[in-house]
Design a protein around this ligand. Structure first.
Ligand code: GAR
Length: 200
């Protein structure tokens, strides 16, 4: 199976997936790393792992769909069957979502539907909730929304700071995302409407 990973930033989740593929835990090919930001450190990680990169600046596009069409062309050329959003901070157009229906995954650093958006960890910390977590889900047209594949929670302790919470969340993400990708590659995820069934 050919996989494309979309990134905008550090790429630590991309790295976790690269590591899992190189250990042969995920039996798939990472054929393309797509980014909207040329300075994303994630691109360096991709290059180091020998993954082709494709950077497209949204600046020159009037419509979201035009931008997405350019990317979809690149995905089709490489026969991509799964799109993995790993810190890609752009909303996909309905056109893109339709092209890859139930084939786009996202990871979010909170227990969706809580704390959507770009600051899921900080928003949960500042809200004073006692638990937060990580969600891996299929992507639909709405932001940080769609059928939940995996979701795990963790406690926010009295001694936690935003920094310590960020560390815990990222460690959890790096365990969960490769696991979700592996389940998909092995055909173990069944989608029924909003609900997901995972087979053993
Ligand atoms: C991750 O924490 C991911 O959950 C988050 O961006 C970070 C990317 O880190 N995504 C979102 O907030 C999506 N709404 P990374 O570049 O090191 O993988």
């Amino acid at each position: 199976m050919n996989i494309a990973i979309f990134v905008s930033g550090n790429g630590s989740n991309l790295q976790a997936i690269i590591d899992s593929v190189s250990k042969n835990e995920i039996k798939a090919r990472l054929v393309l790393a797509v980014s909207d930001k040329k300075e994303a450190y994630a691109l360096k990680r991709a290059e180091k792992a020998g993954i082709e990169t494709f950077v497209l600046d949204p600046g020159g596009f009037n419509a979201r769909e035009d931008y997405d069409r350019e990317i979809v062309k690149e995905l089709k050329k490489r026969k991509v069957e799964l799109v993995v959003l790993a810190g890609f901070m752009r909303l996909l157009s309905p056109y893109f979502v339709k092209e890859y229906k139930n084939k786009i995954m996202n990871i979010h650093p909170a227990l969706l539907p809580l704390f959507k958006g770009t600051h899921g960890i900080r928003d949960a910390f500042e809200a004073g909730v006692k638990k937060t977590g990580v969600t891996v889900h299929f992507v639909d047209k709405k932001l940080d929304h769609g059928p939940v594949i995996l979701q795990e929670s963790l406690e926010i302790g009295k001694k936690d700071t935003l920094e310590s919470l960020e560390k815990k969340i990222h460690a959890l993400e790096h365990r969960m995302y490769p696991k979700a990708v592996k389940l998909f590659v092995e055909g173990k995820i069944e989608i029924k409407g909003q609900k997901i069934k995972i087979s053993a």
